[in-house]
Design a protein around this ligand. Structure first.
Ligand code: NDP
Ligand code: GDR
Length: 321
């Protein structure tokens, strides 16, 4: 089986590549040209991957990569994925995260219409939530240009499935984290900050809204759900979540406790990290995925927090005290 992953250099791309290689797939990763390589997360498997240059902004490059790879499965994980940046670059976010999905689907429709397509949709589409918990049927009310772009990506995937009979599915994934998470996202910012403070490299951690609540899972568990969605008889959309919500404050407390520090001595709330419109509370109901895919999360909240702090402590061990 041949898989094409866009966004392979990101958190999810790297875990998905690990997983598909373990299943014997021939994996090609799409990467965009950069003046410096961003292959840190896939360094351990790079020799087993084929990497090809293309860009979500460039239709011809997407057609060409599909002609060359002839994939059986396409995982579209590439996106501008950091919510605050989407207010600073709203139209570029729309191009990457929204219209980019159409370019991928068009390339697939023209080159390899029998391939199976996974779209990385997001719980950010629920935004100002209409009901708790959120299911596949909960209406969307996105609260950022990122969330709006993801709603477009979701519906264009559904539309191509219905218009052209493509096997195209949308996975509505709630927040998932890992030691490979980008350092600007809240969980990794906390684990990295705690490790730096513990190692004597930093004194304080400047944060935004501590009351926000998220349904946080482990990225390694979530990429399995992506694959399972493409193994079904019929294409369908699924919510993937743990069914447990925790606040940013709880994450902070658990992370500081883990290294024997009191968070109140180190955390400073800084308005710079507040958002123009906030998503206050997300909680997913993944019973459809559990029932139809046989999927369930393996890593719980406490294990997730501890593993992230431990990984950052380990990474910084030669740099501090
Ligand atoms: P990351 O930010 O870690 O990775 C994003 C990837 O997209 C990177 O490989 C990046 O490449 C690539 N990319 C960005 N723009 C382009 C472009 N124009 N052309 C080609 N590649 C591009 O995200 P995650 O791994 O966390 O998330 C994967 C996907 O899942 C994203 O679409 C995200 O929006 C979505 N999602 C994530 C969730 C989460 O909690 N992690 C939850 C729900 C959805 P480069 O290395 O060159 O920057
Ligand atoms: P999110 O993730 O916006 O949910 O999007 P992020 O980790 O950035 O924020 C989660 C919550 O924490 C609050 N917060 C802070 N966030 C950051 N980044 N930095 C801070 O200092 C801080 N302080 C408090 C935020 O306000 C927010 O409420 C992620 C991305 O991976 C998306 O691509 C994905 O679609 C969704 O998860 C599901």
């Amino acid at each position: 089986m041949r898989a094409l992953i866009t966004g392979i250099t990101g958190q999810d791309g790297s875990y998905l590549a690990d997983f598909l290689l373990s299943k014997g797939y021939d994996v090609t990763g799409m990467v965009r040209r950069s003046s410096t390589e961003t292959f840190e997360r896939i360094a351990h498997i790079k020799h087993r991957l084929t990497l090809k240059q293309a860009d979500l902004l460039d239709q011809l490059s997407l057609i060409k990569i599909m002609e060359e790879v002839k994939p059986d499965e396409i995982y579209n994980l590439a996106a501008m994925s950091f919510v605050p940046t989407s207010w600073i670059q709203p139209t570029l976010t729309g191009e990457f995260t929204g219209i980019g999905v159409t370019r991928m689907l068009e390339a697939m429709r023209q080159v390899c219409p029998t391939a199976r397509f996974y779209q990385a949709s997001s719980s950010e589409m629920f935004g100002k939530v209409r009901e708790v918990p959120q299911t596949e049927l909960t209406p969307f009310h996105p609260r950022s240009p990122y969330g709006v772009a993801k709603v477009y990506g979701h519906f264009i995937t559904v539309n191509y499935r219905e218009s052209y009979n493509l096997f195209a599915v949308s996975g509505i994934l709630f927040n998932h984290e890992s030691p490979r998470r980008g350092k600007e996202f809240v969980t990794r910012k906390i684990s990295d900050g705690v490790a730096r403070i513990k190692r004597g490299l930093q004194k304080e951690l400047r944060m935004g809204n501590l009351d926000a609540q998220r349904d946080w899972g482990f990225a390694g568990d979530y990429v399995k759900a992506m694959w399972l969605m493409l193994q079904q008889k019929q294409p369908d959309d699924f919510v993937v979540a743990t069914g447990e919500a925790h606040s940013v404050r709880e994450f902070i407390e658990l992370a500081f406790d883990h290294v024997g520090l009191n968070w109140k001595n180190h955390v400073v709330v800084d308005p710079e990290f507040l958002r123009p419109a906030e998503v206050e509370h997300l909680l997913g109901d993944s019973s459809k995925a559990r029932r139809m895919l046989g999927w369930k999360p393996e890593v719980n909240f406490r294990q997730l927090v501890h593993s992230m702090v431990d990984a950052d402590l380990d990474r910084l061990k030669d740099q501090g005290g």
